[in-house]
Ligand binder design. Structure first.
Ligand SMILES: Nc1ncnc2c1ncn2[C@@H]1O[C@H](COP(=O)(O)OP(=O)(O)OP(=O)(O)O)[C@@H](O)[C@H]1O
Length: 799
C-alpha cells in the first residue's frame, strides 16, 4: 500500500521508522534528546543571563534604598548627568507610529456590550467572525511590530517545543505498542530495552511540557508589556487623551478596568490560544497521518466524517461566549469602579454616615455581576455535557470501530501491520501492537480534538476581550487626533428648532464640529468671539452655551478677576485656556504650556515624597537638572507659611499619602508653593485659596505679583478685588458677560484702606450719636421726676 512518506519531513519519518522497525538496534529517541538538550542549553543560558541581570538590578536598588537621602540624590544626579551609565531608557511610542497605526483602528463595527447607542445600532455580533479577525490583525501590529523582536523569538521557541511535544507523543505511542507486543510475546530482553527507552524519553518529554507552559506565560507577559506601554503612551501624553477619554467622550467607561484587567485577560487568552489551538492542530495532522499507517485509508475516511459532523454539531450548539465574556468584563469594571469611588470619597461618606447606602450600591453592582456569571455557568452545563458526550464517548466508539477494521478485514489495514508481519512478527503480536499504538494515537487525537473544540469556546471568549481592547485603542487613537463621538447635527438641528418652537436656527455645538482656532506662544491670553460651551458628550442637542462669544485680552501685568454665580462657566474659562474643553468657535491665543500654570479648586497631591509635592509636575531628576535646591524649596515654603512641614514630617524624602496628612488650608498653600517653584508668566487660580486665612492669602497674592506672575483669579470673594486690575463678570443671563477695569492695584488698595478707615470712623460716630441720644433721654426722665435721690438714679442704671 502506498504510504505518503514525502508528506512529512524526512527526519521525522526516518526517526519514526526507526522506532517501529524492530531491526534497528540504535537507541531510537536519541535525536529528540539531542534536540531538546540543545534547546535547553540555549534557553537556559538566555534565562540565566536575564536572572543575573535582574539580581544585579535588585542589588543596586536595595543599595540605593538602604543608603541615606544624600546617596539617593547622588545616584539620581549620576543618572541625570551621565546618561550612558543608566539602564536603557524606555522609549515612548513615536507620533509617526500612532499616525501609521490609526488607520488600522477605525471605529468597531461590532455592537459593544453595554456601550453607547451608536455602536449598539450595528448589526455585527461579537464572535468569531470577519470583524474579529480584522481586529486581531490590527492589534497584532502592536504586539509584533517587526519580524526581529523578542515576541517573535519567544513564538519561534514556543512553536519548536510544541512540535517537539507532538513528535514525542508519536514516539511514546509507538514505544507503548512495542512494549506491550514484547510483553505478550514473552520477549524479556525487548521488554527491558523498551522500558529503558521509555525512561529516556520521560526526561525530554517533561522538560518540553514545562517549557511550553513557561514560554506561554512569557509570551503573555511580553504581549501585555507591549500593549500596556502602547496604551499608556496613547493615553498619557500632551494631547491630554486621558482627560478627553474621561470627560469628553463616553465610549469607554471605566478605562482603568480596560487597561488593567481587560488587557491582561486578552494577552493571557491569546498566548493560551496559540498553544491550545496550534498544538492540537499539529497533533491532529501528525496523528491522523500515523493512524492512517495503522488503520488504513478507509478508517481515515471514517474519522474525517466524524470530524465534520462534530464540528457542525458543536457550532450549532455553541452559545455566544464572546458576547457573554464582554458583558462580564463590563460588569466586573462597574463593580471595581464602585469600590474605587468609595475609596476616593471615604471621608465624605463617613461624615454623612452614608455606609448603608454605599453598601446597597456595592451589593447591587455585585449582584448584577454574579447573576450574569451564574447564567454563564448554567449555559455551560448543557454545552459541556454535549461536548463531553461527543468528544469522549462518540469519538471513542468511532475509534474502537476503526481500530477493529484491520482485525476483521485485514485488507483494510494500514501499512504498519503488513510491515510487522513481513518482519516476522506473529499475527497476534502484530495485531496487539497495532491496536495499542492506534488506541494511544486515538486517545491523543480525541484529546487534541477536545482541546480544539475547547479552543473554539476560548476563541469566542477571546472575541469578547479583543473587542474591548480594540475599542480602547481605537477610541484613544481617535481622541488623540481630536475626533470625538459627536451628535448627529441634522437630528440635533431639527430637535432644537422644534423645542424652541420659533423655528429659528439655534447655534448647535457638536464635538464633531469644532471650528475654533488656538494660537500658542502669545504673550497673553486673548479670546476673540469664543463661546464657553460645555462639551456634553452623548447629549443629542449638543453642548450648552454658558457664555456667548467672549472678547478679552489679558497682557502681562493685567491681573484679572473672573467672577459670577455658581455654574456660570468660570472654571469653563480656565478649561478653555488650558485646552481641556474644545474651542468650538472664534480664536483663542494663549502662552506656551511652560509659561502658564493652573491651580485647581480641589488641591491635588501626588504620590511621592514631600519634595515631589512642591515641585509637581517636575520629578526630582528634573529639579536637579534645572539646578534647583532643597534650600530654595524651603524659602518657597516660607512664603506660603509652611516652613514647619519638612521638620514635622521628617525631611524632604518622606513619602506619605499626603492628601490624608495635610489640612484643607495646608493643601491649598502647598499648591501655591508649586506656583512659586515654577514661576510661570501667567497663572490661573481657581478658588484655590478659599480655605486659607485672609492674611496669608494676601501675602501669597502679593508675592506672586512681586515675582512677575500675571494672575487670573476665579473667585466670588470681593476681598480679592484689590489684587487685580480687571474684572470679567459672567452674569449667567443668556451667556451675558461684562469686562471692566478695577483700577491700578495700588490705587485700589489705598482707596480701600481709606474707605475702611473712614467706615470705621463713621461707625464710631454712629455709636457716639446713639449714646448721646440715650443720655439725653435719661436726663430728661430724671428732671421730670423731681429732686434726684442718688440710690434711685443708680437703680435706673444711669451710673
Ligand atoms: N464635562 C462636562 N460636561 C457637561 N457639563 C459640564 C461639564 N463640566 C461642567 N459642566 C457644567 O458646566 C457648567 C459650568 O461649570 P463650571 O465648573 O465652569 O462652573 P463655575 O462657574 O466654575 O461654578 P462654581 O462657582 O460653582 O465653581 C456647570 O453647570 C457644570 O455642571
Amino acid at each position: 500500500m502506498a504510504v505518503h512518506s514525502k508528506d512529512l519531513p524526512q527526519q521525522i519519518n526516518s526517526v519514526l521508522d526507526a522506532v517501529h522497525t524492530r531491526k534497528s538496534s540504535a537507541p531510537r529517541p536519541l535525536p529528540a534528546v539531542a534536540l531538546v538538550g540543545f534547546i535547553a542549553i540555549f534557553v537556559g543560558r538566555y534565562l540565566s543571563n536575564k536572572q543575573a541581570k535582574a539580581k544585579k538590578a535588585e542589588a543596586a536598588a536595595s543599595k540605593v534604598s538602604s543608603e541615606g537621602s544624600s546617596s539617593v540624590l547622588e545616584s539620581l544626579e549620576a543618572k541625570v548627568l551621565s546618561p550612558k551609565k543608566t539602564t536603557r531608557a524606555i522609549k515612548h511610542t513615536s507620533p509617526e507610529t500612532f499616525e501609521r497605526n490609526r488607520k488600522f483602528f477605525p471605529p468597531s463595527k461590532v455592537a459593544a456590550a453595554g456601550s453607547s447607542a451608536s455602536s449598539a445600532k450595528s448589526s455585527v455580533k461579537v464572535g468569531v467572525n470577519k470583524e474579529f479577525f480584522r481586529q486581531i490583525e490590527a492589534i497584532f501590529k502592536i504586539l509584533i511590530p517587526k519580524l526581529h523582536c523578542k515576541e517573535t523569538f519567544i513564538l519561534v521557541l514556543h512553536t519548536t517545543f510544541l512540535v517537539l511535544r507532538t513528535y514525542l507523543s508519536v514516539v511514546v505511542a509507538r514505544l507503548d505498542g512495542d512494549i506491550v507486543k514484547d510483553l505478550i510475546a514473552g520477549n524479556g530482553k525487548g521488554f527491558i530495552r523498551g522500558l529503558g527507552y521509555w525512561f529516556a524519553i520521560a526526561l525530554p518529554a517533561t522538560y518540553t511540557n514545562s517549557m511550553i507552559r513557561y514560554l506561554q506565560s512569557k509570551l503573555s507577559i511580553a504581549f501585555r508589556t507591549r500593549l500596556t506601554r502602547y496604551v499608556h503612551d496613547l493615553y498619557l501624553n500632551d494631547q491630554i487623551t486621558y482627560y478627553k477619554a474621561l470627560n469628553l467622550d463616553d465610549r469607554i467607561q471605566g478605562v482603568d478596568q480596560y487597561i488593567t484587567t481587560d488587557v491582561a485577560k486578552f494577552c493571557d487568552s491569546l498566548a493560551g490560544l496559540y498553544s491550545n489551538l496550534g498544538k492540537p492542530l499539529l497533533d491532529t495532522i501528525i496523528f491522523n497521518y500515523q493512524l492512517m499507517r495503522s488503520i488504513g485509508v478507509s478508517g481515515m475516511g471514517g474519522l474525517f466524517v466524524s470530524y465534520v459532523v462534530t464540528a457542525f454539531l458543536l457550532r450549532m450548539v455553541t452559545p455566544a461566549f464572546g458576547k457573554l465574556a464582554a458583558v462580564e468584563a463590563k460588569l466586573e469594571g462597574d463593580f471595581r469602579s464602585a469600590h474605587t469611588r468609595l475609596i476616593t470619597n471615604a471621608e465624605e461618606v463617613a461624615f454623612y454616615n452614608g455606609a448603608e447606602l454605599e453598601h446597597s450600591i456595592l451589593t447591587r453592582t455585585y449582584k448584577r455581576l454574579i447573576r450574569h456569571i451564574n447564567s454563564i455557568y448554567k449555559i455551560r452545563i448543557a454545552y459541556n455535557m454535549f461536548e463531553d458526550f461527543i468528544i469522549k464517548y462518540c469519538w471513542s466508539a468511532v475509534g474502537l470501530t476503526l481500530c477493529a477494521l484491520p482485525v476483521f478485514f485485514p485488507a483494510l489495514g494500514g501499512v504498519d501491520s503488513v510491515k510487522d508481519i513481513a518482519n516476522g512478527d506473529k499475527v497476534v503480536g502484530a495485531r496487539t501492537k497495532g491496536f495499542i499504538t492506534s488506541k494511544r494515537l486515538m486517545m491523543s487525537l480525541a484529546d487534541a480534538g477536545g482541546r480544539m473544540m475547547y479552543s473554539y469556546k476560548e476563541m469566542s471568549e477571546l472575541a469578547g476581550s479583543t473587542l474591548r481592547v480594540y475599542n480602547l485603542i481605537s477610541v484613544l487613537h481617535q481622541l488623540q487626533a481630536g475626533q470625538y463621538e459627536g451628535v448627529d447635527l441634522k437630528t440635533a438641528n431639527s430637535a432644537a428648532s422644534s423645542e424652541d418652537g420659533s423655528g429659528d436656527e439655534k447655534e448647535l455645538y457638536s464635538l464633531s464640529d469644532i471650528r475654533g482656532r488656538i494660537e500658542y506662544g502669545y504673550e497673553g491670553i486673548r479670546f476673540v468671539g469664543v463661546p464657553i460651551v460645555t462639551p456634553s458628550p452623548g447629549n443629542a442637542n449638543g453642548g450648552e452655551e454658558l457664555v456667548r462669544g467672549l472678547n478679552v485680552d489679558v497682557r502681562p501685568g493685567d491681573h484679572m478677576l473672573v467672577t459670577g454665580p455658581n455654574g456660570v462657566g468660570k472654571t469653563g474659562f480656565a478649561r478653555l485656556v488650558s485646552g481641556l474643553w474644545p474651542v468650538f468657535r472664534g480664536e483663542l491665543a494663549r502662552p506656551n504650556p511652560k509659561d502658564i500654570f493652573y491651580i485647581p479648586q480641589r488641591a491635588y497631591l501626588s504620590i511621592g515624597s514631600l519634595r515631589d509635592q512642591v515641585i509637581y509636575p517636575h520629578s526630582h531628576a528634573d529639579m536637579i537638572k534645572a539646578g534647583r535646591t532643597d534650600e530654595e524649596l524651603m524659602t518657597i515654603l516660607k512664603h506660603v507659611h509652611l516652613a514647619y512641614i519638612p521638620d514635622r514630617e521628617g525631611g524632604w524624602d518622606t513619602v506619605k499619602e499626603w492628601k490624608d496628612v495635610f489640612s484643607g488650608g495646608e493643601k491649598q498653600r502647598m499648591n501655591m508653593a508649586r506656583l512659586f517653584y515654577h514661576k510661570p508668566k501667567f497663572a490661573i487660580l481657581d478658588e484655590c485659596t478659599s480655605a486659607v486665612s485672609s492674611d496669608v492669602e494676601g501675602l501669597m497674592y502679593n508675592h506672586a505679583k512681586d515675582v512677575g506672575i500675571t494672575l487670573i483669579t476665579i473667585s466670588h470673594r470681593p476681598a480679592l478685588f484689590k489684587y487685580h486690575l480687571h474684572l470679567l463678570k459672567l452674569t449667567g443671563d443668556h451667556g451675558h458677560w461684562e469686562f471692566s477695569t478695577i483700577g491700578t492695584a495700588e490705587e485700589r488698595q489705598s482707596l480701600e484702606k481709606e474707605m475702611a478707615s473712614l467706615q470705621a470712623k463713621l461707625d464710631e460716630v454712629e455709636d457716639l450719636k446713639k449714646r448721646h441720644a440715650e443720655i439725653q433721654k435719661e436726663l430728661e426722665v430724671g428732671l421730670n421726676a423731681g429732686p434726684v435721690d442718688g440710690t434711685k438714679v443708680q437703680k435706673r442704671g444711669l451710673f
